[in-house]
Design a binder for this molecule. Structure first.
Ligand code: UDP
Length: 383
């Protein structure tokens, strides 16, 4: 290839990003150059449509996907899923909660590239967005412990990061999927939660709700970009997604219990353990995320994604203990001790998943005992 050709410029062999952060770039892909895949707005139908030459073939063609937060738990599984379908994947991650080990096995794939930087770096983001056909915005501060301990970082990362991503994506009208959270339902008690239900926030003096509010603001902003600027945006609310590579460092319950059980340490149930959650397997979730971003009917809408199988945290502790044949004892830790004084938990979190099921045929297939086994396998060998 001649050094001045467009492909060479798009895929330099080596390069330094701003502030000296490392860029790793792959060789030029062998896929042919195709015409612009930019979606066009059809005002009559109030929908974004693919250009006519892509009709019916969109899912068979290799696309370039940008994943912010791609070295995180969900991001790395999503990258894997897209690569396995023959697509190109660019990721950006500042490794604040993601880990380079999560993408180690992807580095040799010539269709994979990664950038270690923050989404707040506009110059880097502009170039990545330019090269992408679709953008998954997963970069966020997550985990209840991180939220309680670092509220400023949580709010700023979530709100400013999404602002930058949407602003830059809008310049090229590249479709964006924003990963939000079931946390936005706040203290709502009517389960299952439907996407159009009212959100019930706690007081601003209680740090936990900062995450819910920051994510709700991300959603408002994304949907505002859709209506006002005609940017194709889809929002997903993820419910307790679990699987290998999820860290327990920021308080997530399943990896914490599995690690405790494997090490014969006490399994720490917060409160009386009657609060419940539904745990969805990450690969099942990825199966919904992959098609959703290119579905015209999804733009401007919110989708719950998760499992409908509810379990109390005490029963989860018992299941982990029995499944892993652990001799750990189960202990109860008051919330004030586990987090902060005045900490408020969500009692139940059950998604209504009819909308995502209907659009892309999503099914949470993996049973909880199998998930526990796979998470345990990961912790037995990987860490
Ligand atoms: N939890 C627990 N022990 C732990 C970590 C978490 O009992 O070591 C509880 C936590 O208080 C909450 C539930 O498990 O009631 C789920 O917590 P997680 O942080 O995983 O998710 P979220 O609260 O965001 O649903």
């Amino acid at each position: 290839m001649k050094s001045g050709s467009p492909l060479c410029r798009a895929y330099p062999l080596a390069r330094r990003g701003s502030k000296g952060l490392l860029w790793r770039t792959a060789c030029p892909p062998s896929a042919p150059v195709v015409r612009s895949r930019r979606l066009r707005y059809d005002p009559a139908a109030r929908l974004f449509r693919l250009p006519p030459w892509e009709k019916g073939v969109v899912n068979k063609m290799p696309h370039t996907y940008l994943i912010t937060g791609g070295a995180g738990f969900i991001g790395s599984h999503l990258a894997e899923g897209l690569l396995s379908q023959g697509h190109r994947v660019l990721i950006i991650d500042d490794l604040s909660t993601g880990r380079i080990q999560n993408i180690e096995h992807l580095k040799s794939n010539l269709r994979f590239e990664y950038v270690l930087d923050t989404v707040m770096n506009r110059a880097v983001m502009a170039e990545l967005v330019d090269r992408a056909d679709f953008i998954y915005h997963l970069a966020a501060a997550v985990g209840v412990r991180l939220i309680v301990e670092s509220p400023v970082r949580t709010i700023e990362t979530n709100v400013k990061g999404t602002e930058v991503v949407l602003e830059i994506a809008n310049k090229k009208k590249k479709p964006v999927l924003i990963a939000s959270s079931s946390e936005v339902y706040g203290k709502a008690t009517k389960v299952p939660f439907c996407e159009d239900d009212d959100l019930v926030m706690g007081a601003t003096t209680r740090g936990r709700w900062a995450y819910a509010c920051s994510k709700a603001l991300d959603e408002f902003l994304g949907i505002a970009y859709f209506h006002e600027k005609k940017l194709p945006v889809v929002v997903v609310r993820l419910f307790n997604t679990v699987g290998p590579r999820q860290t327990g460092r920021y308080g997530m319950v399943l990896p914490t219990f599995v690690k405790q059980a494997l090490a014969s340490r006490p399994i720490t149930v917060h409160g009386d353990g009657t609060q419940s959650r539904c745990f969805g397997y990450v690969s099942d979730v990825v199966e919904a995320l992959v098609p959703l971003i290119s579905r015209e009917e999804a733009y401007g809408k919110v989708f719950n994604i998760g499992s409908e199988e509810e379990i109390t945290i005490l029963d989860l502790a018992k299941l982990v203990k029995s499944k892993l044949e652990s001799d750990s004892e189960i202990v109860f830790i008051p919330y004030d001790q586990a987090y902060d004084s005045g900490f408020e938990d969500m009692r139940r979190r059950v998604p209504d998943i009819r909308r995502i099921r209907q659009l892309v045929g999503f099914e949470p297939r993996t049973p909880l005992p199998d998930i526990i086994e796979r998470v345990a396998d990961y912790y037995r060998v990987a860490v």
